[in-house]
Design a protein around this ligand. Structure first.
Ligand code: SF4
Ligand code: SF4
Length: 423
């Protein structure tokens, strides 16, 4: 993270306003300080020391999903999301992190074993994980307060680390195509371990040996994006030390994939792991990209055809540029009627803690997405990020849209591949 991100980069803004018609937040709250153009000007003023004191600056920095759409349409190629993150980091350096961020980033997310222990206890409680027994009195109210009313899925039992203790071999080990490290992130480890297992099964059926390093942890992007760079670097270093020799690192989480690909930028010059982080970037694959590139064997046909649509996670489309592989995989499945929704590339509104800290705006963005999904009349909406899955599941419930939300790994594990797989 360089100083020029704050001093030079915002000054390249031509004030054309292209970002305004593409920003999901500005689309809901048309306020200049809530979009890249206005925020970049505030950052310049802050650097020059001409910004009047007050909370407006920090509020402006928080009103960004970091979706990356503005960067994609910007004719001056201003990296507004990176500028915003650098500005948040500068605020954290001056003021420190809030107590809630310190609790979540430094107290919980940084310690996978503690997290697993706490989640393991929670998973046994009626209403949080266990389907047995009467939900604890007030538990629903408590989780609703913590999650700002978002319907959080039940915790998985068992977690993914428990499902994948040993190395998974392909059906014919003598014809192994390579060794893959599977990176789960918190979503597939604790909430959607069945989806994680489905991806691993596809990888092994496709001829790859899959290793699940038990000491992997949170990717750290929540801390990094909030400006807590110090904590994010520790998480990145822990993961880099956990990875073993492999041909590829595959993740089904668009957000984790973005983080892993950028570890080289997170770590400062002189850090002993920086070289490893830089070479890691070339090995990291999103699951859909990996499977589309290498091809995969199908499963027996279903009887009833399904209508399916796809939601682009921002971290896949705008941060990694992966657009076609998931669509081609879906369109190539037998018995699938693929339909593109309006604004498939628009953010779902979750964006980590944004859904909690800016609940109304997040819900309004979510409502647009659910209306687009409803218009397709799809049976299933598929995506490639556990965060989007949570937001879409919540949206389907909230807006009474009769659609099932699935990860692309689940879909591929249930349907037969067509002939057009493999790049
Ligand atoms: S699109 Fe780029 S150049 Fe145009 S106003 Fe937005 S940030 Fe500035
Ligand atoms: S990153 Fe997304 S939310 Fe933030 S200013 Fe750009 S378009 Fe708007």
């Amino acid at each position: 993270m360089t100083a020029s991100l704050l001093t030079d980069a915002p000054g390249r803004c031509m004030k054309c306003g292209f970002c305004m018609s593409n920003c999901p937040v500005y689309g809901i709250d048309p306020i200049e300080s809530h979009v890249a153009r206005g925020r970049n000007m505030l950052i310049l003023q802050k650097q020059a020391g001409t910004l009047p004191p007050g909370k407006a600056y920090v509020q402006s920095l928080s009103h960004c999903l970091l979706c990356g759409r503005c960067r994609a349409v910007c004719p001056a190629k201003v990296s507004s999301p990176e500028i915003t993150v650098a500005a948040r980091a500068a605020v954290v350096r001056q003021q420190g992190v809030s107590w809630s961020q310190a609790l979540v980033f430094r107290g919980i997310l940084k310690h996978r074993h503690l997290m697993a222990h706490l989640a393991g206890i929670a998973a046994r409680l009626p209403g949080l994980g266990s389907k047995q027994g009467t939900p604890l009195r007030h538990m629903a109210d408590m989780t609703a307060v913590v999650s700002a009313g978002i319907a959080i899925p039940r915790l998985s039992r068992p977690f993914l680390a428990d499902r994948l203790k040993s190395i998974r071999k392909p059906p014919d080990p003598s014809a192994t195509r390579g060794r893959v490290v599977f990176f789960a992130g918190c979503g597939f480890e604790f909430f959607f371990s069945g989806m994680g297992q489905a991806m691993v099964e596809i990888l092994t059926r496709s001829g790859f040996e899959v290793v699940y390093p038990q000491s992997q942890g949170c990717c750290g992007i929540a801390a990094y994006n909030a400006g807590d760079v110090k904590t994010a670097r520790k998480m990145a270093s822990a993961n880099l030390s956990a990875f073993t020799d492999c041909d590829a690192i595959v993740t089904g989480c668009a957000t984790c994939g973005t983080a892993l690909k950028h570890y080289g930028h997170w770590l400062p010059q002189g850090n002993g792991l920086r070289a490893a982080a830089e070479s890691l970037a070339g090995k990291v694959w999103d699951f859909s990209h990996f499977v589309h590139h290498h091809g995969f064997p199908g499963q027996p046909r279903r009887k009833r055809p399904l209508k399916v649509t796809y939601h682009d996670p921002c971290h896949l489309r705008w941060h990694q540029g992966i657009i076609e592989p998931p669509r081609r995989l879906l369109a190539g499945l037998q018995d699938i009627d693929y339909v593109e929704m309006d604004g498939a590339d628009a953010c779902c509104g979750l964006a980590g803690s944004f859904a909690i800290t800016h609940q109304e705006t997040s819900r309004a963005i979510q409502a647009k997405k659910m209306a687009a999904i409803a218009r397709t009349k799809a049976d299933v909406v598929v995506t490639s990020c556990p965060g989007c899955i949570v937001q879409l599941m919540d949206g389907a419930q909230r807006h009474h849209v009769p659609v099932k939300v699935m990860h692309i790994g689940q879909m591929l594990n249930k349907f037969e591949a067509g002939a057009n797989h493999g790049e």
